[in-house]
Design a protein around this ligand. Structure first.
Ligand code: NAG
Ligand code: NAG
Ligand code: NAG
Ligand code: NAG
Ligand code: NAG
Ligand code: NAG
Length: 419
């Protein structure tokens, strides 16, 4: 039994490794073979001719001291990451991509579901880092290796959530609107803009001052260390966390099949014997590991890491957003302000989309208190006790306390960026 199970796992891992190797071989022209320029004087530290030959095929990569900021939103599903993504997507000078690592996952590990084996997740990391590095360099062709069917003539209609990226729905990438900067809903963008021309997308990316990428597919900040330390990048990580009780409630409602057993527990008051508690504990472990790394302030993260609690953002979106932009050293843009004003008032009429962000943010952040039974809340508080304490989320001592909104379960804490 034990033996054959291991054999199957080994085979699976081997096949993933082979696929990954194959992809790397196909893309041998990439960026990695280029020598790293000397940050002091911008010259290439090795033989310049050899460097030219090596890098001939990716001439776009130019080391530029007045360079772009590369923003990574490190999040998990249902933690408010779409909301935070919009804070960048709306900025006129930011090129924003919504979860490009989706394509890596579905190429390498098609059957991976939410928070399954950590081994699987880690297998993805090497490929994910390569892709992120290329995308921050505006090499969108690199993504083609992971899109199925493979794009022809650098065009595709299969880019995941293309419509969530404003730059990919506006000129020069999408000209169909002709006139002014009209705001396109996500679905309209896909309908009206037609096939995505990745050459135009690449140009658009280069024209923007900064690149922001959101992902829920990187477990923790130390998985990004190679990118943070890469002198060719100027990576800043915004780690978004949320009360795990809120995440659980939101996932149970959104991913109804995957979280079916939690809903059964909630409905019947009886915990199913085959409940997969890792759906909860993985989130807590990832938060714990990542936040612990961030809070110990290792030199490699200096100036590169900011922790944001979703609840703080929800309570005071404008102030928190200003803090985030201060940390990044990018001036905030009036589009962002207007978007916040439009989308954090109590207008409920438009929460139609599963990943919608339009709603009363402060109330939304607390809704879980009425969605989860006290039994499940108590279970979560035990399972995630260390991370709740670390992030300043108070345990509810009773059902009364849970449902009484005058009892705050979020302590006031300042998580100052490490600069
Ligand atoms: C750039 O720095 C490298 C290493 O410090 C040095 O070898 C090279 O001569 C410098 N080039 C210029 C143009 O200063
Ligand atoms: C660096 O980037 C800025 C802004 O994109 C541009 O104006 C400038 O010409 C670039 N400098 C070099 C040396 O490429
Ligand atoms: C790709 O471009 C070539 C040359 O322009 C053209 O002949 C071919 O039909 C295009 N393929 C598709 C699928 O559009
Ligand atoms: C994509 O855009 C580029 C740049 O404008 C253009 O040269 C190319 O023909 C376009 N590709 C297709 C398939 O239309
Ligand atoms: C804000 O809402 C107004 C009225 O609905 C709309 O015209 C405007 O485009 C919105 N602005 C943003 C940035 O979403
Ligand atoms: C809710 O909590 C507040 C503050 O602790 C308390 O004063 C109030 O009586 C509570 N309300 C109910 C209905 O228990």
């Amino acid at each position: 039994m034990q033996c054959s199970w291991k054999a199957v796992l080994l085979l699976a891992l081997a096949s993933i490794a082979i696929q990954y190797t194959a992809i790397r071989t196909f893309t041998a022209k990439s960026f990695h073979s280029c020598p790293i320029p000397n940050p002091v004087n911008c010259s290439l530290s090795q033989d310049a001719d050899a460097a030219d030959r090596l890098c001939d095929e990716s001439p776009t990569f130019a080391y530029n001291l007045s360079r772009k900021t590369h923003i990574l939103i490190l999040a998990t599903t249902r933690s408010g990451s779409s909301f935070v993504g919009q804070l960048f997507n709306q900025h006129f000078d930011v090129f924003y991509l919504f979860e490009p690592l989706y394509h890596v996952q579905y190429t390498l590990i098609p059957k991976l579901t939410q928070s399954k084996s950590t081994t699987d997740r880690r297998v993805m990391l090497g490929a994910s880092r390569d892709l992120l590095r290329s995308l921050y360099d505006c090499d969108l062709y690199f993504l083609e290796n992971y899109i199925k069917p493979q794009p022809v003539n650098h065009t595709t209609d299969r880019l995941f959530r293309r419509g969530a990226s404003k730059a990919l729905c506006s000129p020069p990438v999408c000209e169909s609107l002709g006139a002014v900067d009209l705001h396109l809903e996500e679905g309209d963008c896909v309908k009206k803009c037609g096939t995505l021309n990745l050459t135009l997308a690449t140009e658009s990316c280069r024209e923007h001052g900064h690149v922001a990428i959101k992902t829920v597919r990187v477990p923790e900040v130390s998985d990004l260390r190679a990118l943070v330390e890469d002198p060719r990048l100027n990576l800043k990580v915004i780690q978004l966390v949320r009360d795990p009780r809120g995440i659980l409630a939101s996932r149970s409602e959104t991913f109804r099949d995957t979280y079916r057993l939690w809903r059964i527990w909630d409905g019947t008051g009886r915990k199913p014997y085959n409940l997969d508690v890792t759906q909860l504990t993985t989130v807590c472990e990832d938060f714990w590991n990542s936040v612990s790394t961030g809070l110990t302030r290792p030199p490699w993260l200096k100036g590169k890491y900011m922790l944001v609690r979703y609840e703080d953002l929800a309570r005071n979106p404008m102030k928190k957003t200003e803090e985030i932009y201060d940390f990044l050293g990018i001036p905030m843009d009036s589009n962002v302000e207007r978007w916040i004003q439009n989308n954090t008032r109590g207008d409920r009429s438009s929460s139609k989309h599963k990943y919608g962000t339009v709603r009363n943010s402060a109330a939304t952040a607390e809704k879980w208190r009425f969605r989860l039974s006290y039994e499940i809340v108590a279970f979560t508080q035990r399972a995630c006790q260390p991370v709740l304490a670390q992030l300043g989320y108070r345990a509810a001592a009773s059902e009364e306390e849970l449902k009484n909104l005058s009892v705050s379960l979020v302590e006031d804490r300042d998580f100052l960026p490490f600069s």
